[in-house]
Design a binder for this molecule. Structure first.
Ligand SMILES: Cc1ncc(COP(=O)(O)O)c(C=O)c1O
Length: 416
């Protein structure tokens, strides 16, 4: 098999040097093999240093003070917003709202746009492969407002059934909210086409980009997405900060989300007027250090190049699929490599996924076991849980080999 490094311009050895945690041994002589990036990615030194240096040199609250530190903190926070906008192909940074994570971004849309615009009987289309973050906010709103929720089914190949989607669109939905990449099956959904069809039927489209934005180029303008949600911590950035992109006219018309400082222009005893975008949706002191970290993460990914990252991960995914399929009794879920990213959920005959990941940990191999916040999808697959290995730009083929070797040991231990 062709080595992955020859397929791409990404120099994985140099990349690995950027991530201090990859030097770590899980126990003496057992190096870390981190295959859990779909849960959260590791952080390069430049991101860690940006947060450290923010606290060591700049720390001040933003948007209020007129002293040097406050001005520098504000400038850094807003520079991060501009970097994020550029990263997702947006020229107007007023359309980038900082939230806590992708989950909060989706809840923001449900609780503001949704509450103001959706009424009893209105249809919201979701898919069967959604993370709970893009299900529960709509279920909550549906029970409050009497909305109808319908779901694009997942086919046996792990793809979305676009024929059924067309029949759902004929029912006149108000919103189509869907994942750009499944955190269980790895399926990359045809987002541009889904959005085009949604718009044709008069619906808005919300894209859950939690697993796509970190792994391949995502251009919100080209997709024509109305909303795009994602988290910094899955894209080499820190926890505690996420992003909601929204089209300006929609954001302007939406009521504020949380109330408090910074989101107001004027406050009277019995009323207030909201601030302008994007501050209208950022109540209270935000995650300032984390915004610096997110800005550094965007710089890092940009310096490595999202195209090379995507093509490197694609090669790695092909390699991982081939190697996992060699192991007798291992079943990998999801579509073939051409339709998927580097998320590989699998089961082993007769062995519980939690047992698999526990044994793997002895060999330093970090994977995840469970329902991965997608219980309805697991129910559809007839499974309570899966093991999930997930890849990023710093993984190597020899780490996949370590995973596969460890799986053979798991089989031996459990006598299967
Ligand atoms: C597809 C998808 N959507 C949303 C989320 C939620 O992200 P967060 O927990 O950062 O809000 C995740 C996290 O795993 C995810 O994989």
């Amino acid at each position: 098999m062709e080595p992955v490094s020859s397929l791409t311009s990404l120099d994985v050895e140099r990349v690995r040097e950027d991530f201090p945690i990859l030097q770590r041994e899980i126990r003496p002589g057992v190096p870390l093999v981190y295959l859990d990036s779909a849960a959260t990615s590791q952080k390069p030194a430049s991101v860690i240093e940006s947060i450290d240096s923010y606290y060591a040199r700049t720390n001040a609250n933003i948007h209020r003070g007129i002293h040097t530190l406050a001005e520098e903190a504000t400038a850094g926070y807003e520079a991060a917003r501009a970097k994020v906008a550029k990263f997702i192909g947006i020229s107007n940074a007023r359309q980038v709202i900082f939230t806590r994570n992708a989950t909060e971004s989706i809840n923001l849309v449900a609780q503001t746009w949704g509450r103001a615009n959706l009424h009893s009987g209105d249809l919201v289309i979701l898919t069967e492969m959604e993370h709970h973050s893009n299900l529960v906010p709509w279920q909550m709103l549906a029970s409050e407002k009497g909305l109808r929720l319908e779901f694009i089914p997942v086919t046996d190949e792990g793809l979305l059934d676009l024929e059924v989607y067309q029949t759902l669109l004929a029912q006149g939905p108000r919103l189509v909210a869907f994942t750009h990449m499944s955190n269980v099956l790895g399926t990359i959904t045809p987002a541009k086409e889904i959005i085009r069809l949604a718009h044709q039927s008069g619906a808005l489209a919300l894209v859950d980009g939690a697993q796509s934005v970190p792994h391949f180029p995502v251009n919100a303008a080209d997709l024509d997405a109305d909303f795009l949600a994602f988290s910094a911590h899955k894209m080499c950035g820190p926890t505690g900060i996420g992003v909601l992109f929204g089209k300006e006219a929609l954001l302007e018309a939406m009521p504020p989300f949380l109330g408090g400082g910074d989101m107001i222009r004027k406050v009277f005893l019995r009323s207030f007027t909201p601030n302008e975008l994007p501050h209208k949706f950022e109540a209270g002191t935000p995650a300032i250090a984390e915004a610096f970290g997110l800005g550094a993460a965007v710089d890092y990914l940009t310096s490595r190049g999202m195209e090379p990252i995507a093509s490197y991960e694609h090669g790695l995914t092909e390699y991982a699929l081939d190697r996992l399929e060699e192991v007798p009794g291992v079943h990998v879920y999801g579509p073939p490599a051409q339709n998927r990213g580097g998320v590989l959920s699998f089961t082993m005959d007769g062995i519980h996924p939690h047992d698999v990941s526990q044994v793997l940990d002895r060999y330093g191999v970090a994977i995840r076991a469970g329902h991965h916040c997608a219980m309805p999808l697991h129910e559809k697959l007839g499974l309570a849980a899966t093991s999930r290995a997930s890849l990023y730009l710093y993984n190597r083929t020899d780490e996949i080999d370590r995973l596969v070797e460890a799986l053979y040991t798991v089989k031996k231990i459990f006598g299967s």
